[in-house]
Design a protein around this ligand. Structure first.
Ligand code: FES
Ligand SMILES: [Fe+2]
Length: 326
């Protein structure tokens, strides 16, 4: 199994699934190459290694009974804290060895998602000011899979220079590719950019052209955000992009879109628009070589307008991230 042993990232809260998908039918995800089962016990979302301690069957193939997770193979039953509380093959009343317990992971719900923390479950979940905490309309986009590591995916999201070229006619115009000067600033959590002005033919999928400003924010190494403001109307939308490394070569991407205005579109249309944009990004991201982000800034050519990307690389270096960077 391609386990990712990045000690920094394994202490992060990583997106697992939208909250609504974590229920009494156990679900399997991969996280850092580890199999994880998610389920809900008396309203609480829980995460454990998706591996029965008896014969290694995937517990995600089992079921939840009275708030406990039941292995599909021989029916061992695990309580919410991971301890085995019933082994059907034993005579009733036989004590169960304390060794019969699952590896539990940190699990919490926030911003419409369930998040898992493998190695630092006591870490407080990070806030997302100005998005899901505020009034407005929120739409979950994803999951989308990418044969790429998170830093390349996130850097693409933070890349303002490609909007006019790769997303010509949507998020930019190839006739107006110039990016004005801007600065990046250190924040409490990462880096954020000044407002960067861009002309967009179709900013949100509703087909309205206009000048918008982008402000990019690094919240955590696997979670970033932009806030987009329409210069003439003041209307704002944001997207929080968050990426789960499945294993050493694949990732799953989610977005939390928030609008402080009525787009006039159905959620399915807003999602379809983001899918269309991501369909343009994905082959590029999967083509990039090396697959790892180069932390040595001398190894690739950068422009002034790449300052957000450069800051993201700087941020990963400061945090000591080792996976997906070189
Ligand atoms: S493998 Fe799970 S109970 Fe036997
Ligand atoms: Fe893009």
């Amino acid at each position: 199994m391609n386990v990712i042993d990045d000690a920094v990232l394994r202490r992060e809260w990583v997106v697992a699934l939208p909250s609504a998908q974590v229920n009494e039918t156990p679900k399997h995800i991969n996280l850092f190459g580890e199999p994880v089962v998610l389920w809900r016990s008396e309203g609480t979302a829980l995460a454990c290694r998706d591996l029965c301690v008896h014969r290694g069957a995937a517990l995600s193939l089992g079921c939840v009974r009275d708030g406990a997770l039941v292995c599909p193979y021989h029916g061992w039953v695990y309580a919410a804290d991971g301890t085995c509380i019933d082994i059907p093959q034993l005579q009733p009343g036989t004590p169960i060895t304390k060794k019969a317990r699952l590896t539990s992971f940190g699990c919490t719900e926030a911003h419409g998602f369930v998040w898992v923390n493998l190695d630092a479950p006591q870490t407080p979940m990070f806030p997302l000011e100005g998005t899901s905490d505020t009034n407005g309309h929120h739409v979950i986009w994803g999951p989308r899979k990418a044969k790429a590591k998170p830093p390349r995916i996130i850097e693409n999201f933070l890349d303002v220079g490609h909007l006019a070229i790769l997303h010509d006619g949507f998020l930019g115009s190839s006739e107006q590719p110039y990016i004005p000067q801007y600065q990046v600033h250190r924040t409490a959590t990462g880096y954020s950019s000044d407002e960067i002005h861009v002309f967009q033919p179709n900013a949100d999928g509703a087909g309205r052209p206009g000048m918008v400003s982008y402000t990019y924010d690094m919240i955590r190494p696997l979670t970033v955000k932009f806030l987009k403001r329409d210069i003439s109307t003041g209307r704002q939308m944001s997207i929080v992009l968050t990426v789960r490394p499945e294993n050493t070569s694949e990732s799953t991407v989610y977005g939390l879109m928030s609008f402080d205005y009525d787009t006039g579109l159905e959620d399915t249309e807003l999602i379809a628009f983001q899918d269309r944009i991501f369909d343009q990004d994905l082959p590029i991201i999967e083509s990039q070589k090396p697959e790892d982000l180069l932390l040595d800034l001398q190894l690739e050519l950068s422009l002034q307008c790449d300052r957000v990307s450069i800051a993201y690389r700087q941020y990963l270096r400061e945090l000591g991230v080792t996976f997906g960077v070189v």
